[in-house]
Structures are given as structure tokens and as C-alpha cells.
Design a protein around this ligand. Structure first.
Ligand code: ATP
Ligand code: MG
Length: 427
């Protein structure tokens, strides 16, 4: 039996990897404009890091986490999301110290792992690109984070964006809402799904996020968090909305939206897009929010935070095959075997000058080599026949115009750019 990749994983092959590189380049560029710097944290952490941040009752910790004991009997986990590891690094490296600027803004990219039922846009190893900003409670920063998400997705070419926001309030708002939810849900206790029965005891807010159909019917009439906000929480949320309007970002408020992870408070948001690839309706590509207590929860000083994570596989489904592989600058054709060594020497010298070059390594006939040059979309073809070998020259042809010239090999090895410029100059 031949080996197969693990269920829920994917090989990203040449042809597709160009799109991934494009997305990563755009992300790098947009994050730069907003002064976010890249952080790289381990792919695995103590399982506790995720349990303490996402919460024991969150889906990712209670059912989806890849955990294992290492040889030292420590319980580890492959990271199911990015924020917890970044916060752990923030605390461990004391990035809250006075020598670091505030807000401290970082971004990350890479694989995440969740044991889920694989389907379109849902894998067990998937990728996120995300951002975190620490140290500011300003509602303007919430709005800036959402604006950055907009820039990111529109620059990548995602259409039909929908911005949905909500607030989970501050701890006092949460406590009041928590009680109202328990009062509302307790009479339905026996009807709730098994998961939600447990959640009712441990974390009733989580029930609002239930994927169970009957749970969803029950929560449809649940009280709204917006009626339980403290003045401070309401003021914050209004300021976020004011800023979004100023930035020209159209949004909807969905008071039933909660996030899958326990650590959020105040502003939460999702950016969705509709596309035939997802069937009817909208799919979330990017989600995030504020998590003001999380740094303290993981052992650091009381520090506000806000961030988002984008699902790259879902983004790829939306983008489709847009990105062409880079064109080849030159293909070197060796008319017979004796020219191969010179061809290799030329190719290497041309690459050394910053151009891409390719040649034959399969002992193909000249005709087949020209075919390869065409297939790779070479801009120039350099041909080495017996005459050229004897004269230390090469025949250079511009494929687009048919313009052709015999040039000394030394021109190609010393100043390839000048040869290209001379041959492509319009006459
Ligand atoms: P969902 O409700 O779809 O499971 P979630 O709330 O678990 O989403 P987050 O933890 O907020 O998702 O992750 C942010 C983004 O990462 C999602 O909006 C989605 O685009 C992507 N994502 C999450 N889980 C997966 C997965 N298993 N495979 C591919 N992408 C994923
Ligand atoms: Mg999920």
C-alpha cells in the first residue's frame, strides 16, 4: 500500500504555492504599512497554554486539540490557533517592558492543527495569518485592526466583503449577561444538546455559538448582550462604530455573535465573503476581537490586546487560480551534447546576475529543448551550436519579436542586462 497524507491535510504543490506566496507577500506588505512586525513562535506548546487561554469548554480545547505526551511525560499540544502562543511569548520575553513601544504590534503566519471533520475549507492542518496588538485599550485601535483586515482582503482581490461586529462587554457587562442567559436557558435545560448542558454549568455564553440546530432555535430568543452593557462598555463600542464609519467601513452589528474562544471581550468581529465555491450564504474568512484579560491570565501584567486571524485555505478558495508562475528569463539550448558544459556555465553566470535561467538535463534533442523553452515561457532563448562553441559566441533570440543576434559569450557572463536591453530596444 502506498502511503497517503494524513486525513485533513493537504500538499501544496507548485502551481498552487505561487498563490500562497502571493498572499504572504501582500500580507507582509500590508502589515508593514500598519507597523506590525513578524513573530514566529513554536508549532507546539504546553497544552496548558491553550487550555488556560481558549478555555476548557471551548471546542478547540475540549475536542479538537492534538495533544501528546513527550518523552519527559509533559503534556504538549500542536497549536490550534496563534494567539495563545504569541501571548505566552509576550509574557515570557517581557515584551511589555518600557524598552518596547506600545502598542506592541506583531503578526504571524503558519500551520494550525485541529481535529475536525474535514470538508471544503475545513482541514486538520490548516493555515492562519494573524495579528496581535498589545498595550492599548483605544477603540481607535479596534477600528484600525478592522481596517487592516479590509486592506488585506481587498488588496488580495476578495470581493463581496461583509463586516459583522459585536461587543462582549467588560467583565461587569459579562457577569450581568451571564446571569440573564442562565435565567433564560435553565427552563430549556432538558432540550439542550449534551454539549450545551455542560456549557450551561460551565460557560453559558458558549451556547450562543452552538452548531446544534435545536440549540440554535432556543438561543434565537435569548437576551441580547447589548442590553447588559455597562456605560464604559457601551461608550467603547460606540467609539469603535464611529471610527469605522469615519473609515468608510460598512458593518452590521450581530448581537448574537460570540467567538469560539473564551478570551474575547469588548469588540469582536468577523469578515465574511460570499462566493459560489461556498454555496449560498456567507463564509467567515477572518475573525478576531479584543482580549483584555488574556495577558494577565497567562501570567503577565494587566495588558489589553486586540487581534485577528485569517483562514488561508478559505481565502484560497475565494481567490481561485489567479497567480501565474513567474516567467523564465532565458532558456539555453545546447544543439548537441558537447555544448552542455558551456550551457551550464552560461546559465550559472546569468543566474549570478539576478536572472532566471534554465537548460536541458535530459539529453533531449535540440527540437525538444526549444519546446521546453516555449513551455516555460522563456523571454530569451540562447542557442549554442558547434559554430558558436568554436567562436565563443552564442545566438540570442527574443521570443516575443523574433529579434536575433550572435553575441560574445563574455557579454552574457559579464553584462547580461546590457544584452537584454540592446536586443529588446524598439527600433
Ligand atoms: P468555525 O466556526 O468555522 O469553526 P472558528 O470560530 O473555529 O471557525 P477561529 O478560531 O476564529 O475559527 O479561526 C479564524 C479563521 O480560521 C476562521 O474564520 C477560518 O477562516 C479559519 N479556520 C478555522 N478552523 C479552520 C479549519 N479547521 N480549517 C481551515 N480553516 C479554519
Ligand atoms: Mg471551529
Amino acid at each position: 500500500m502506498a502511503y497517503q497524507r494524513p486525513k485533513g491535510t493537504a500538499d501544496i504543490l507548485p502551481g498552487d504555492s505561487e498563490s500562497w506566496q502571493h498572499v504572504e507577500r501582500v500580507a507582509n506588505d500590508i502589515f508593514n504599512r500598519y507597523r506590525y512586525h513578524e513573530i514566529r513562535t513554536p508549532i507546539f506548546e504546553s497544552a496548558d497554554v491553550f487550555a488556560r487561554s481558549s478555555g476548557e469548554t471551548s471546542d478547540i480545547v475540549s475536542k479538537e486539540m492534538y495533544t501528546f505526551k513527550d518523552k519527559g511525560d509533559r503534556m504538549m499540544a500542536l497549536r490550534p490557533e496563534g494567539t495563545a502562543g504569541v501571548v505566552r511569548a509576550y509574557v515570557e520575553n517581557k515584551l511589555y517592558g518600557p524598552e518596547f513601544g506600545k502598542p506592541y504590534k506583531v503578526w504571524y503566519k503558519g500551520p494550525m492543527f485541529r481535529y475536525e471533520r474535514p470538508q471544503s475549507g475545513r482541514q486538520r492542518q490548516f493555515h492562519q495569518i494573524g495579528v496581535e496588538a498589545f498595550g492599548s485599550s483605544s477603540p481607535a485601535l479596534d477600528a484600525e485592526t478592522i481596517a487592516m483586515a479590509r486592506d488585506l482582503l481587498t488588496t488580495m482581490g476578495v470581493a463581496n466583503l461583509k463586516f459583522v461586529i459585536n461587543t462582549l462587554g467588560d467583565p461587569d457587562s459579562r457577569a450581568a449577561f451571564h446571569q440573564a442567559l442562565i435565567d433564560y436557558l435553565t427552563p430549556f435545560k432538558d432540550e439542550l444538546s449534551d454539549d450545551s448542558k455542560v456549557r450551561l454549568e460551565k460557560n453559558p455564553l458558549r451556547i450562543l455559538d452552538s452548531k446544534d440546530h435545536h440549540d440554535q432555535e432556543i438561543v434565537a430568543n435569548a437576551p441580547s448582550i447589548l442590553d447588559y452593557l455597562t456605560d464604559a462598555a457601551r461608550t467603547h463600542f460606540e467609539a469603535v462604530q464611529q471610527n469605522l464609519t469615519t473609515l468608510g467601513i460598512e458593518y452590521e452589528v450581530d448581537s448574537t455573535m460570540v467567538r469560539g474562544l473564551d478570551y474575547y471581550n469588548h469588540t469582536i468581529f468577523e469578515v465574511m465573503s460570499s462566493s459560489p465555491v461556498f454555496g449560498s450564504g456567507y463564509t467567515t474568512v477572518l475573525a478576531g476581537g479584543r482580549y483584555n484579560g488574556l495577558v494577565e491570565q497567562l501570567g503577565g501584567p494587566d495588558t489589553p490586546g486586540v487581534g485577528f486571524a485569517m483562514g488561508v485555505e478559505r481565502l484560497m478558495l475565494l481567490l481561485g487560480d489567479q497567480v501565474e508562475p513567474a516567467q523564465l528569463d532565458t532558456y539555453i539550448v545546447a544543439i548537441d551534447q558537447s555544448a552542455q558544459e558551456t550551457a551550464l556555465q552560461l546559465a550559472t553566470a546569468i543566474r549570478g546576475q539576478g536572472y532566471s535561467a534554465d537548460m536541458d538535463f535530459m539529453d533531449r534533442k535540440a527540437k525538444a529543448q526549444f519546446k521546453s523553452a516555449n513551455k516555460e515561457g522563456a523571454r530569451l532563448t540562447i542557442t549554442l551550436g558547434s559554430q558558436e562553441l568554436a567562436d565563443h559566441t552564442a545566438s540570442v533570440k527574443v521570443m516575443a519579436t523574433g529579434q536575433q543576434e550572435v553575441v560574445p559569450q563574455s557579454d552574457l557572463t559579464s553584462d547580461f542586462a546590457a544584452v537584454v536591453a540592446r536586443l529588446t530596444a524598439t527600433k
